[in-house]
Design a protein around this ligand. Sequence first.
Ligand code: SAH
Length: 249
Amino acid sequence: MNAPTQGWVVIAGLGPGDEALITSQVRDALAQATDVVGYIPYVRRIAPRDGLTLHESDNRVELDRAAHALDMAAQGRRVVVVSSGDPGVFAMASALFEALEAGPEAWRELDIQVLPGITAMLAAAARIGAPLGHDFCAINLSDNLKPWALIETRLRAAGGAGFAMAFYNPRSKSRPHQFARALEILREECGGDTLISFARAVSTEEERIVTVTLDEATPDMADMRTVVIVGNRDTRRVGRFVYTPRSAE
Ligand code: SAH
């Protein structure tokens, strides 16, 4: 009889889009996997092969997806849960640990590893120059999992404290007015001449990056494939680049 195979779960980030930005750790995990689990567009980035089952799921079922991955690992399968960018940034790593917390005690002994990826804000910042070169924060503008009032509080606090900021999930069809409101708050807190960059589909063929001032920014400059980066009051242009100095007064 064969020894029972040891299952595992790897929660992996696929980076912003370009295949060259996938780490070799993640490539190795994918090469050894029996199952890949994730949101449809991310799973479609994985080349099919013999012995690999691809499980595509809808966007809003993260917890079910995570429990499914843990259950398969408990049965001896080698499972990669894929996210875009980094799995710890508004993505599957937290969902997996939530499922682990809610699930059977035995799951806690499983071999579970998180493999980092290049998150959208860092890929975007690198294309723009160095807009996140001093203190910065990242805020998810989606109110799927938190109230909009909390998002406004955090925008005011971060803008008022002089952080540069990266915004994920800035705008969707289901909540068209909120991003306009976010821009209003930012103008009040940071001043209308602060630079704002809209980086869409970074590292793919559809990449488009535009930098304007907050006064010039309009809500339609962002969509769900855009990460938005707002500088602090020292953020400036040099040639075709935008950078934030490393020091502040
Ligand atoms: N885990 C991902 C983020 C998932 S949330 C990461 O670390 O990047 C989804 C949001 O990420 C999108 O709404 C968008 O704001 C941003 N995003 C993901 N890929 C992107 C890309 N290639 N270019 C610009 N923004 C991107």
